[in-house]
Design a protein around this ligand. Structure first.
Ligand code: NAD
Length: 500
């Protein structure tokens, strides 16, 4: 009998009542290992009601006490990390070490959010006028929601939950239906850490549950991460319904390799950033842009040599560089792009299609694939592929390489490899992309800076984690007060008060 997962509402596991389910696969074997219930609007509304009630006391709890819950959670997740990483690998397909990294990048944002007492400190101006003081305070929004993708089932939920609850909100998480077990376990750990029941709820589901969140007046903000069409839909629908929204979408990250770069270093960086996690990272590098023909020819050789040595296998096997794709659909989609690349005239240097792993013949594996001579008019250059496929798109000079990254409709991450400080500085200043790496292939900012892409990679004004997260999950109230120590009779004034 297939194991049945639940929702987590009001501090308890709650069975689904919709009668609708989605299969949860083990991508390494290709077998269904569980099924997850897909919530109805009524189930989502019940979770929101629960959250709304719990938020009142939680929002009134002092920030230091709230932070202590996060600190306790950090102890619990450190103990649970090995077990959690195995669950993550089994549902997602990324390797065990990579799953530990997924958890750790989330943990780092919880560590940051535990600084809530400091981060929530307001501003104060004394003596702004005679007897007048002005102060601003940050207050929680109330109930807020997060809708998250399959590819970081620990990190992205934690990026949202941490700052939101530390700021005094209650949270509804709608994780990906493809790997929901880690988010459910995270909710249990928060409860164990002392978070009051109802402050964090996990509702599993699909479009129906997302729409229930978007149309509920009791939800004041929505944070989304996933593909661009859904990001745009959620941003627009949330805004139409008067909600604050930050929605992060897909990517097509370029890495520029200048002629003066250390090509071995650049090739190693490209292999890790292009094929790690089977390319299913929004910060994966999918386009290598060598500058100049000599650089391109030499880089293509170095990449081709490295690609054949990559070890692809089951997520939990020893010595595997990357595991299977998340689903049969994902595999078919990426294979479709490989065919498209061939049809469009790109040069295929390594073809990963038809890759099988002995004993795991039904797993969703794709070998590393490499294309050269990709041009900017090709579909495979324009669209996000989200798989272990690296495209070499050659540039004649620095300006052309810069223009490629700048003109692409996605603007999540970009990187430049060079020994020339001037070129790197100029590139970082001019490129029209949200996160830039200099000799760093995956420039995911650390927890206390903010994370967010531009153009079609991000909709909304504020970024994830860092100071922006506390701005997103709070509203600012400004109080102007006057206390006079002497009797002052000014009479009524009919002009707007100024500091004249
Ligand atoms: P997805 O858009 O398919 O799903 C994301 C979430 O939206 C899931 O919870 C899903 O259930 C929900 N959803 C799906 N279809 C919906 C619909 N029609 N209406 C309402 N909700 C819907 O994305 P995914 O496949 O889970 O994740 C991969 C994508 O996420 C890639 O495009 C990747 O680049 C992107 N991503 C972006 C970032 C970033 O920070 N920019 C980070 C990670 C992943």
């Amino acid at each position: 009998m297939t194991r049945e997962l639940t929702h987590f509402i009001g501090g308890e596991h709650v069975a689904g009542t919709s009668g609708r389910f989605s299969d949860v696969y083990d991508p390494s074997t290709g077998e269904v290992q569980a099924r997850v219930p897909l919530a109805t609007a009524a189930e989502v509304q019940a979770a929101i009601a629960n959250a709304e009630e719990a938020q009142i006391a939680w929002g009134a709890t002092n920030p230091q006490k709230r932070a202590r819950v996060l600190l306790k959670f950090l102890e619990l997740i450190a103990e649970a990390a090995p077990e959690l990483a195995k669950t993550l690998s089994r549902e997602h397909g990324k390797t065990y070490e990579d799953s530990l990294g997924d958890i750790q990048r989330g943990v780092e944002v919880i560590e940051f959010a535990a600084g809530a007492p400091h981060l929530l400190k307001g501003e104060y101006s004394t003596g702004a006028g005679t007897g007048i003081d002005v102060y601003s305070m940050r207050q929680p929004l109330g109930v807020v929601a997060g809708i998250t993708p399959f590819n970081f089932p620990a990190m992205i939920p934690l990026w949202k939950i941490g700052p939101a609850i530390a700021a005094g909100n209650a949270f509804i998480l709608k994780p990906s239906e493809r790997d929901p077990s880690v988010p459910l376990r995270i909710a249990e750990l928060f409860l164990e850490a002392g978070l009051p029941a109802g402050v964090l709820n996990v509702v599993n589901g699909d479009k129906e549950s997302v729409d229930a969140i978007l149309h509920d007046d009791r939800v004041h903000a929505v944070g989304f991460v996933g593909s661009t069409p859904i990001a745009q839909y959620i941003y627009e629908t949330a805004a139409q319904n008067g909600k604050r929204a930050q929605c992060f979408g897909g990517a097509k990250n370029h890495m520029i390799i200048m002629p003066d770069a250390d090509l071995d270093q650049a090739a190693d960086a490209l292999i890790g950033a292009g094929y790690g996690s089977a390319g299913e990272r929004c910060m994966a590098i999918s386009v290598a842009v060598p500058v100049g023909r000599q650089t391109a020819d030499a880089l293509a050789v170095k990449l081709a040599e490295r690609v054949v040595a990559l070890r692809v296998g089951p997520a939990l096997a020893e010595g595997v560089d990357y595991g299977p794709l998340v689903s049969a659909d994902a595999l078919a989609r990426v294979e479709g792009y490989i065919q498209k690349g061939i049809d469009e005239g790109a040069q295929l240097l390594a073809d990963g299609r038809g890759y099988t792993v002995e004993g795991y013949e039904s797993g969703f594996y794709l070998g590393p694939t490499l294309f050269d001579h990709v041009t900017t008019d090709m579909t495979v250059y324009k669209e996000e592929v989200f798989g272990p496929v690296l495209f070499i798109a050659r540039a004649d000079d620095f300006e052309q390489a810069l223009a490629m990254a700048t003109d692409h409709e996605y603007g999540n991450g970009v990187s430049i490899f060079t020994r020339d400080g001037d070129a790197a500085r100029d590139f970082a200043a001019r490129v029209n992309v949200g996160m830039v790496g200099v000799n760093v292939p995956i420039p995911v900012p650390i927890a206390y800076h903010t994370f967010g892409g531009w153009k079609k990679s991000g909709f909304g004004d504020l970024n994830q984690h860092g100071p922006d997260a506390f701005r997103f999950y709070t509203k600012t109230k400004t109080v102007t007060s006057r206390w006079l120590s002497h009797d002052l009779k000014e009479g009524a004034s009919f002009v707007i008060p100024t500091m004249h």
